[in-house]
Design a protein. Sequence first.
Length: 113
Amino acid sequence: MKFLFTLLTLAISPQSAFGFCSEPSAYVSFPDAPRSYVEPSVPYCLNSYSYSKKHTCNQWELDNYFSEVDDYIDELNDYISEANNAAEEALSFAQSAKSYAQCKAEEISTQHE
């Protein structure tokens, strides 16, 4: 019966049974936020638009400004994606660290029984 219990314990927790706990490692690179100086400036020809609903911009100025806004939004979306990836990597490391600590604690308590 004791043999069966030992065998069952080995099958359920192979890491602690062999006394090997895998130490966590990770390299998390946190992204830099897009700088505010990259944020497009509203062209002077649109200054009165907010209250008059009229502007003095030519089509090139509008197209250029909207293109800059789209590029900046793309940079912000890239930043969101990179930040989410970094957060997932950090969470994965934290979970691995927790498992490692639990494994080491179990290993030590098993040795002192």
